[in-house]
Design a protein around this ligand. Structure first.
Ligand code: NDP
Length: 389
């Protein structure tokens, strides 16, 4: 039996806590710690079992390490923001416990979307005999496991991967983001980038689009974007020739985004307001709906897939591995919408892998480096079935 410490009481943190409780045969204790204690209290009041809660600033690694030790946790699931990744990894190293996150480390000042600094911890985690699993949400996370599965069972050689991500749901608000607005808008407004023949190609933000037939949803237009799993897949998927990531956006979302950009409200550098430095995107985050608040009215479903082409037995093949997730069903089950659900479930499936010894190898790993079979089974059992066509 193990105790899990969840950092971050947001939309994803809520799902993670619910799902850990569903695995009470493995996790006999859950501690939810976040910057705002009231958010922990709200989640604790919603779940069926009693959990511990604590206030913590995860930017303060020594304090977090103390909390890990005092609570006797064996694993930390980072459901806070990408800015906290390194300090939480430091705290795990200090306390000697496993680490899982769902998004790569970001510096507040510059949007980089790279794993370099987190990969730099590999030797330290290895020597300490603990494991860090990076990007264990849906994309990154399940998408990486789909690629690993395809490599293990479906292809002798993978040539191209297109990750296609469609949220075909509707939350009824004029403009909102499905996860943390600051992180989401940084990602969407960044230049596009894809990998081909050993090189990275940069495109203007959202300047290329194509139609895809999304399983369970239908034909939708998706836009080429950079997404962090491309970096790890380029490194860990041997021989792959091309990797691209595509996401759908409604015309309405794109219109709002363009206006916000034109007004300078998506800037991440501080501007002076009356003698005070204000980061426009942080101000915008405060004004936009909290992603957790969208859940109640959300209808429709997500369709996220890996479209993979390659060769098996000398014959060219194409497969699609995917999941559909229904917003209203997620709300009924755990009080969250599908984007948070599809992020939180894999994080808990990864935690189960670590605690049951199925991913027991010390160091820092991305999901595609680890055995996909038990992970995909566990994620299915926890609510994210996957399909192959
Ligand atoms: P939210 O903004 O809803 O929640 C983030 C939580 O982290 C908030 O409760 C926040 O506290 C807390 N937090 C922020 N800073 C600190 C800190 N210094 N110390 C302690 N707690 C802190 O975000 P989401 O739940 O929507 O997203 C969580 C993570 O999931 C993000 O990193 C996001 O990028 C990732 N994600 C990954 C996806 C994937 O598929 N891989 C998809 C979607 C999201 P407070 O309320 O006080 O600010």
């Amino acid at each position: 039996m193990a105790k899990a410490l969840v950092v971050g009481a947001g939309a994803v943190g809520n799902v993670v806590v619910h799902k850990l409780i569903q695995r009470s045969n493995i996790f006999d204790g859950v501690l939810l710690a976040s910057r705002t204690i009231e958010k922990c209290e709200r989640i604790a009041a919603r779940v069926s079992e009693s959990i511990e809660i604590a206030q913590v600033d995860a930017d303060d690694a020594p304090k977090l390490a103390r909390l890990i030790r005092e609570s006797h946790s064996q694993l930390v699931i980072n459901a806070a923001l990408p800015y906290q990744d390194l300090s939480i990894m430091e705290a795990c190293l200090d306390a000697g416990v496993h680490y899982i996150d769902t998004a790569n480390y970001e510096t507040p000042e510059v949007a980089r979307f790279e794993y370099r600094l987190q990969w730099g911890y590999h030797d330290a985690f290895h020597v300490r005999g603990i494991t860090a699993v990076l990007g264990c949400g849906f994309d990154p996370g399940m998408t990486n496991a789909y690629c690993a599965y395809a490599q293990k069972h479906l292809f002798d050689r993978i040539d191209t991967v297109d990750i296609i991500d469609c949220n075909d749901g509707s939350h009824g608000r004029p403009f909102a983001t499905n996860f943390n607005p600051e992180v989401n808008i940084r990602e969407v407004t960044a230049p596009g980038r894809y990998y081909e023949d050993g090189e990275w190609h940069v495109t203007k933000p959202l300047s290329q689009s194509a139609l895809f037939d999304f399983p369970g949803v239908g034909v939708r237009r998706a836009y080429l974007m950079y997404h962090e799993e491309l970096e790890s897949l380029a490194r860990f998927l041997p021989g792959v020739r091309r990797l691209r990531f595509w996401m759908t956006f409604s015309d309405r979302y794109l219109t709002y985004l363009n206006v916000l950009q034109d007004l300078g409200l998506t800037r991440i550098d501080p501007v002076d307001y009356d003698g005070h430095p204000v980061v426009p995107l942080k101000l915008l985050k405060q004004l936009l709906p909290d992603p957790a608040s969208l859940a109640e009215a959300y209808t429709g479903r997500t369709s996220i897939a890996c479209l993979i082409r390659g060769v098996r037995g000398g014959v060219e093949r194409e497969h699609i591995l995917y999941n559909n997730c229904d917003h209203a069903a997620c709300y009924k089950e755990v009080g969250s919408q599908a984007i948070s659900y599809t992020t939180g479930v894999p994080a808990v499936a990864g935690a189960v892998m670590l605690m049951t010894g199925k991913w027991a190898q010390p160091g820092v790993f991305n999901v595609e480096q680890l055995d996909p079979d038990p992970f995909l089974l566990e994620a299915s059992n926890l609510g994210l079935p996957w399909y192959l066509a």
